[in-house]
Design a protein around this ligand. Sequence first.
Ligand code: ZN
Length: 459
Amino acid sequence: MTMPSSNAGEAMYDLVEELFPVCRSITGEGLRWTLRRIGEEIPLVVHEIPTGTEVFDWVVPEEWNIRDAYVRNARGEKVIDFARSNLHVLNYSVPVRRTMPLEELRPHLHTVPEHPDWIPYRTSYYRESWGFCLTHNQLEGLEDGDYEVRIDSTLEPGSLSYGECVVPGETDEEVLISCHSCHPSLANDNLSGIAVAVALAKHLGDLESRRYTYRFLFIPGTIGSITWLARNREATQRIRHGLVLSCLGDAGSSTYKRSRRGDALIDRAVEHVLRHSDEDSEIEDFIPYGYDERQYCSPGFDLPVGCLMRTPNGRYPQYHTSADDLDLVRPDALADSLAKCRAVVEILENDEVFLNQNQYCEPQLGKRGLYRGMGGNAELPGFEMALLWLLNLSDGRNGLFDIAERAGLPFRVILQAAEALRSVDLLHPAEREATVRAERLDSPVHGSDDSAVCSAIMG
Ligand code: ZN
């Protein structure tokens, strides 16, 4: 498998940059425009779910759109202006057109006092409200007096939009990749996940074949995953592995939050990839707080879906503020996140059980050109150890991923060594072998071993 090219980071960054200025929300034209733009990169089906649709315990809300918003002082100066930053308006604000004194306006103003130059990002999706977000310095500068307050928004029946990209595989068993697409001008939280998901979908589409079918969801946070799950309850039974992607572009190291199950293959695979990467990384247990994994891992579904991030939500000071901007996201961090996703996919796609064809003592690798002696010029570090581990553990009970874990070697090394052993006929896929060996079950020499082999394969 090839690594992402150095251009991959730049391409993802360019997409983040292009999407950044748009005012998105959980419904509305900004989200719709974003989905259309993603659809220019990968094949995307956009679904529109009408306002009022019941989705489990929730209802698809009215659609929110905004054209303009500002607060003007007595001298007619716009002291808060949506045109300068879409974070200035409380997301989902109802329309307002009034003049009021500062005391009356003040409860509707939100700031981050500890970072007086940053505008906070605030929402009020499910409770009718209005407000403005501004820097604390701006607030301090507001004089007493009357202010003209204008929010030119609409909140009316419409629909909730989400995008779905399916990359078909040889089986209808699915891998779910989900990212929220509802934040306005925030770069790391939201746009980095979108950019990595788009690049991953392209990569999968470029593969010659895929074992799994990959389903990418670009959805508004919480209500989007709830809506998708409500409409696809049956389809969830095909999901074998899944990842929520978020906050993948900052300079921090990777963090993986396990699925609710904690020991699913996706959990073990991501942990493996992070452990074998050259940086410190964090593995955390599931908690029912965070992104859409909360819905995928709700007890009724309990899907094997974890969440891959760099610095997690809420743990970097710029989170949900105007400082989560284009300077926070770095092309190299995006490229590194993509490489990790690709390495996880490589495990899911290639984990397979093989049988050693030469189980009585080690085969002589040197005469097959596979063994150059320790310290030789093997293809990858650990390659020769990988050969020995594969020959020893390929007894029909262990897949390549089990072997990589037991050997303490990166899956890629094990995979490459397995390909080498297959090329000289020392390893055969276990399924093919099961039939051959089942015919020999009556042999007293092989009997007990073989039944263990078969039950492992059937099980
Ligand atoms: Zn967020």
